[in-house]
Design a protein around this ligand. Structure first.
Ligand SMILES: Nc1ncnc2c1ncn2[C@@H]1O[C@H](COP(=O)(O)OP(=O)(O)OP(=O)(O)O)[C@@H](O)[C@H]1O
Ligand SMILES: [Mg+2]
Length: 284
């Protein structure tokens, strides 16, 4: 905990941002990367992908399954729901201010809570605002979105990326009118190459541009796990960094932040924190 706090404090001091109040839940800390990110590699030419959402399959979610996987924002009555409502408001304010529509959720290292945060945030956006939220599982090495939601969709993004299915056939609408999910069923070989391909470039462009009021949230792998994040980052408007309490060292946090362009780092979520928080939940 101390090491994360120190790394976060250090990053905060570099931007001169004030310390948020201690009671702020699930907060996004507005911090900057300590060093400028390397210049992005030339982007592949976007290949247009036709996406139609008229026949999106509606699936019912199991509340008990969601709860077991810490998906707490689906039911308004869940006592921990508030944490993601606060995060959602912070994220949307910043994204609207900047005209951003695509948000990458990543972390320095494995198992920091990226997928849990990305899913809860997408649900919260769809639940409590008039915005449409789309959640895309772009962790092509360890895809977990479908499993955490308790859905297995065929075809999935795997089939879209290999050219065997249309995006419209892989989308699901999990019981919430303004939420659409694009799950990935299995790890994709050569994930970084795929994420920097023209196919993915075309897909991201289409998902971003099709509806004005849509926020597209991409669940990514960790920064330190390879070059996947670097490959897709030039296509993302903004980045939300999830740091799991005790999951990453100060060096790993600082090193990963160095790869995120300072002007696109939306904030840092400290996850699994010991809670001086309402109900003792691990977000603040
Ligand atoms: N706030 C939290 N408190 C306690 N456990 C949590 C919290 N958030 C997530 N977890 C748990 O930590 C584990 C990893 O969460 P999750 O899969 O969301 O992380 P991830 O960063 O997406 O992992 P990966 O790197 O494998 O994609 C899961 O078992 C999840 O239930
Ligand atoms: Mg994950």
């Amino acid at each position: 905990m101390e090491r994360i706090k120190q790394a976060l404090e250090k990053a905060r001091a570099q931007t001169g941002s004030p310390t948020p109040p201690a009671h702020a839940p699930a907060r996004a800390e507005h911090v900057s990367a300590p060093a400028p990110a390397p210049a992005p590699a030339p982007l592949p030419v976007a290949t247009p992908i036709e996406v139609s959402y008229t026949q999106t399959q509606v699936v019912r979610l199991d509340p008990a399954h969601l709860e077991r996987h810490r998906i707490v924002s689906f039911h308004k009555a869940n006592p921990y729901n508030w944490a993601f409502d606060v995060l959602r408001t912070q994220v949307l304010q910043k994204m609207d201010e900047k005209g951003w529509r695509t948000l990458a959720v990543t972390s320095p290292t494995l198992e920091s809570g990226k997928s849990v945060v990305a899913i809860n945030l997408a649900i919260s956006v769809a639940h409590h605002t008039q915005r449409t939220a789309m959640l895309v599982d772009f962790d092509l090495r360890r895809p977990h979105v479908g499993a955490y939601l308790g859905v297995r969709k065929n075809p999935s993004l795997n089939d879209v990326l290999s050219g065997r299915a249309q995006v419209s056939d892989a989308l699901i609408n999990p019981d919430l009118p303004r939420l659409v999910v694009l799950p990935t069923n299995a790890p994709v070989p050569k994930a970084a190459e795929m994420l920097s391909s023209a196919t993915v470039a075309g897909l991201v462009t289409d998902l971003r541009e099709r509806y004005d009021d849509r926020i597209v949230i991409f669940d990514l792998p960790p920064v330190m796990a390879g070059d996947d994040v670097m490959a897709i980052l030039p296509r993302m408007d903004a980045v939300l960094m999830v740091v799991g309490n005790g999951d990453s060292t100060q060096r790993e946090i600082e090193e990963s932040m160095r790869h995120i362009p300072a002007d696109r780092l939306l904030g840092v979520v400290l996850n699994k924190a010991e809670a001086e928080v309402r109900g003792g939940y691990g977000y603040y």
